[in-house]
Write a protein that binds this ligand. Structure first.
Ligand code: NDP
Length: 332
C-alpha cells in the first residue's frame, strides 16, 4: 500500500507491485509456523474502505502504508512446523497479498477440503465470502414469501448474482439491475424476471411499473436507494449490504427516507462476519455441491498475476469487472 487515494485508487500509485523481497522456499526458517503458497486472491469492493488514513475509523482495519495489503485468499501449505497445520493442506481466509508467506499462526485461516473439486477461485467467490454474504443475509433478513417481489442491485456481481438465484429458489419475482447489456443478459440467465441496465434505463420508472417491491437487496445506496424507498410496498424489508455508489465519491443525500416511517420499512444493515457463523454449517453443506452440479451458477473475472492487483481493484470499483474478481497467483 503506497498512497491513500482521494477518489478512485490509481494502479501503480495507490498500490505498487514490489518484487524486491524473496523467500528461500526450501531453507527459510519457519520458527514453529508454516510456509504458505498463495493460489488465489479475492478483489472486493470493501478493500477501498481499508485504503484510508489511519486516523479514520471503520468496521475493517486500514491498510498500512509501506506494508502489503490483505484480503481473502486460498493457498497451499508447502512446509509446516505448526502443530495443527499440515503440509499439503489448503487454507482459506485472510492472506497477505504476497506470492509466499511464512505465518506463525492460523488465526484467520481454516482448512478447505473441497470435496467437490471446484476451482480454488470459487472458494473466494460463490463458495467464499461473497456467497456467504448472499446466503446468510438472505436467510436472516429477507423474510421472503413466495410470490413477493425483490429488487437486487449489482445483480451480475459476486453477491448480487447469488441473491438473484436464492430469491428465485424461494419463489419470488426478481427485478435486477446492473451496468451493462452483457450483465443484463447474464442476470436473465440467472432467472431474473426483469433485468435492466441502470445506466440507460430509469430505475424508478422500472420499479414503479414492476413493483411495488417487498424486498430490496441494496448493494449501491445513493439515488437507487432513494428510488427503492419510493417504490417500496408497505412493510418492505431493505437488506443494506453495501453502498458502492459512494465508496469513491461524495455521498448522495437521500430525499425519500420518510418512507421508512410511512411504509413501516424494516432496514437491516449487516457485516457478513457478524452473522455468518449461524449459517456456516448449512452453507458448506448446500452451496459447494450446488455450485459443482450447476444448480447454482456463477461467473468469474479472472486476472493472472499479483502485479495486476491495482487494475483489478479499480475495475471492481468502476464496474468494468464481469463477475467475481479473482487474482490467480499460482495454479497449484
Ligand atoms: P461486484 O462483483 O458486484 O462488483 C462491484 C460492482 O458494483 C461493479 O461491477 C459495478 O457493477 C457496481 N458498481 C460500481 N460502481 C457503482 C456505482 N457508482 N453505482 C452502482 N453500481 C456500481 O462486487 P461484490 O458482489 O463483491 O459486492 C457488491 C456489494 O456488496 C458491494 O457494495 C460490497 O461492498 C457489498 N458487500 C457487503 C458485505 C457485507 O458484509 N455487508 C460483504 C460483501 C460485499 P455494475 O456494472 O452493475 O455497475
Amino acid at each position: 500500500f503506497n498512497e491513500v487515494p482521494t477518489g478512485y485508487p490509481i494502479p501503480g500509485r495507490t498500490t505498487v507491485y514490489d518484487a524486491s523481497q524473496t523467500i528461500d522456499l526450501d531453507c527459510a526458517p519457519l520458527d514453529g509456523g508454516f510456509l504458505l503458497k498463495t493460489l488465489v486472491l479475492s478483489i472486493d469492493p470493501y478493500m477501498r474502505g481499508r485504503m484510508r488514513d489511519l486516523s479514520k475509523t471503520s468496521y475493517s482495519a486500514p491498510y498500512e502504508l509501506g506494508k502489503p495489503i490483505f484480503g481473502f485468499g486460498v493457498g497451499v501449505v508447502l512446509r509446516s512446523e505448526h502443530p495443527t497445520i499440515k503440509a499439503g493442506s489448503h487454507l482459506y481466509g485472510i492472506f497477505l497479498f504476497q506470492e509466499y508467506t511464512i505465518q506463525s499462526d492460523a488465526k484467520w485461516l481454516e482448512v478447505v477440503e473441497n470435496k467437490e473439486k471446484l476451482p480454488w477461485s470459487v472458494y473466494v467467490g460463490a463458495a467464499g465470502m461473497p456467497g456467504q454474504t448472499a446466503y446468510s443475509a438472505w436467510k436472516k433478513f429477507a423474510q421472503a414469501k413466495r410470490g413477493e417481489i425483490v429488487f437486487v442491485t449489482t445483480g451480475a456481481g459476486a453477491v448480487g448474482s447469488q441473491v438473484i438465484q436464492l430469491a428465485k429458489r424461494d419463489g419470488l419475482r426478481v427485478i435486477a439491475s446492473a451496468g451493462s447489456e452483457d450483465k443484463v443478459q447474464f442476470m436473465k440467465e440467472l432467472g431474473a424476471d426483469v433485468a435492466f441496465n441502470y445506466k440507460t434505463t430509469n430505475t424508478l420508472e422500472v420499479l414503479q411499473k414492476e413493483g411495488p417491491i417487498d424486498v430490496y437487496w441494496d448493494n449501491v445506496g445513493g439515488e437507487t436507494l432513494d428510488a427503492a424507498f419510493e417504490a417500496a410496498a408497505k412493510h418492505a424489508r431493505f437488506i443494506e449490504c453495501g453502498m458502492i455508489s459512494s465508496y469513491n465519491t461524495a455521498p448522495y443525500l437521500l430525499k425519500n427516507m420518510m418512507n421508512v416511517v410511512s411504509k413501516e420499512i424494516k432496514m437491516s444493515g449487516f457485516i457478513v462476519t457478524s452473522i455468518f457463523s449461524e449459517f456456516k454449517e448449512t452453507f458448506y453443506t448446500e452451496i459447494p455441491a450446488m455450485l459443482a452440479n450447476g444448480q447454482l451458477k456463477y461467473r468469474e473475472d479472472i486476472t493472472r498475476g499479483l502485479e495486476h492487483v491495482g487494475e483489478a481493484i479499480l475495475a471492481v470499483l468502476k464496474g468494468t469487472n464481469v463477475g467475481k474478481s479473482v487474482i490467480v497467483v499460482a495454479d497449484h
